[in-house]
Ligand binder design. Structure first.
Ligand code: ADP
Ligand code: ZN
Length: 239
């Protein structure tokens, strides 16, 4: 049995650090919509723990284990890892974390089944929905690089590191994800549309507040997006 006591947050502030709001959020959007980029910047500003499912799976893939190979088989094809496995991995990961002021989920949930499991773990207070046109997604993903060490996201045209090929945050080497190829990108977008997009309706029906954030230009710096998102948090009195 997992003990979720320390990670289940039912009311803002109640039973937690007095006067400090606590919130669990999901950052939601197609591949390349900016989830990871914004989540890593929102982490400190909101004092939350980011749970980045893709990063967790990339760590697992580094291991030369049966599990690593199984995960790789799906990721390389742009397919979702089966729910039972994803849910098991999430639960194992989350019990290891000392909670701050809440969680920001990036890349989880991606199916209705996963969303139902999340309900047993944490009460979601807000959904950040990133809306980005397809042409921006394709351009961004094909020029994206990530840090092998810490998973930070860069772009060789639009979000360059200070030193070429090196992570600003940790000095780790940058690489292109093997699933950032045109064929796999296409598949991931298709999988998003079919399996993940229906979650938006699912959460709307649950009347969870949405923060919708639109990107219309490739040049928009992540900092302005983050500022826009934080403004909405304030308006909803979540911070
Ligand atoms: P993206 O840029 O497509 O949003 P992520 O880094 O979040 O990428 O995820 C990379 C891959 O990891 C996905 O294409 C999928 O194979 C796997 N993955 C990540 N999160 C999940 C999840 N919640 N359920 C199933 N598979 C997942
Ligand atoms: Zn790094």
């Amino acid at each position: 049995m997992f003990n979720y006591q320390s990670i289940t947050i039912y009311e803002n502030g109640i039973g937690c650090n007095a006067g400090i709001n606590m919130v669990n959020a999901i950052i939601f959007g197609a591949p390349g919509s900016g989830k990871g980029t914004y989540a890593s910047r929102l982490q400190d500003k909101l004092s939350v723990n980011v749970i980045a499912m893709g990063d967790i799976f990339r760590e697992i893939m580094k291991e030369n284990t049966d599990l690593g190979r199984e995960v790789k088989g799906y990721v390389e094809k742009g397919l979702l890892i089966p729910d039972s496995l994803t849910i098991r991995v999430l639960k194992q990961h989350i019990t290891k974390i000392k909670n701050k002021k809440g969680f920001l989920f990036d890349g989880y949930p991606r199916t209705i089944e996963q969303a139902k499991t999340l309900e047993e773990i944490a009460k979601i207070g807000v959904i950040i929905q990133l809306v980005v046109p397809d042409w921006i997604i394709i351009e961004r993903l094909s020029t994206r690089r990530i840090c092998k060490n810490c998973g930070e996201v860069y772009n060789i045209r639009y979000l360059k590191p200070k030193v070429e090929g090196t992570c600003d945050k940790c000095g780790g080497p940058l690489y292109q994800r093997p699933d950032d190829t045109p064929k796999v990108i296409k598949k991931r977008i298709q999988v998003y549309e079919q399996q993940t997009r229906p979650l938006l309706q699912y959460y709307k029906e649950k009347r969870i507040p949405f923060i919708e954030f639109k990107t219309e230009s490739l040049e928009m710096p992540p900092e302005s997006a983050v500022k826009g998102i934080l403004n909405e948090f304030e308006k909803l009195k979540l911070i």
